[in-house]
Design a protein around this ligand. Sequence first.
Ligand code: COA
Length: 182
Amino acid sequence: MQEKSEATSFLPLNVPLRDGRHVLVREITEDDKAGLLAAFDRLSADARYARFMAAMQQLPEAMLEQATHPSAEREFALVALAAEGKASAIVGGARYAAAPGSDTCEFAVTVADDWHRLGLASRLLGTLIDIARSRGYQCMEGYVLSSNTGMRRLARHFGFADVACPDDATLRVVTLALQACG
Ligand SMILES: CC(C)(COP(=O)(O)OP(=O)(O)OC[C@H]1O[C@@H](n2cnc3c(N)ncnc32)[C@H](O)[C@@H]1OP(=O)(O)O)[C@@H](O)C(=O)NCCC(=O)NCCS
């Protein structure tokens, strides 16, 4: 097993989208709680279900706390911010997390409903894959609703294998090898 690399800091990116708008992609910080709550409130019920696999009315404080305090060793999280008047709003996010000692990390990605099909999730997931690879992870995986055509197609674009989840017929497991073999 390849040694995991020291985490290097991630420099914010100015990302152009398909419609000509730009977003700023940067690491999440502890100051993003209010922005994340606002982003969650704007998500449709379908998008919430697709992301959390549960009907969620609110983002529990414990999840918010965890989301804004990723473990430096085992987790990494990005947010995408768009200008809204004089302020900015979180319009997308992506994260991975690994169990202690594991060389596999699990990803999740979410984009605000009114920012879909602009290439934002592609950019977030591509960046997340690059980071996980550079930090020595061997494999990235995700659990996706079988009905989530968009996420499954996006994962296939990046070369993820897409197989049935052995424990749950409503889910697929998408898996990507991050390091070249041999
Ligand atoms: C799935 C999701 C992240 C895609 O975000 P997005 O920013 O719209 O995705 P992109 O614009 O980068 O799309 C990239 C490709 O994925 C595929 N895709 C994305 N959404 C799709 C959809 N609704 N239907 C079909 N294909 C879709 C397409 O091939 C697309 O390329 P194209 O637009 O050139 O055809 C977004 O729909 C979302 O946040 N859904 C709710 C939360 C969720 O399901 N998260 C995944 C759980 S891990």
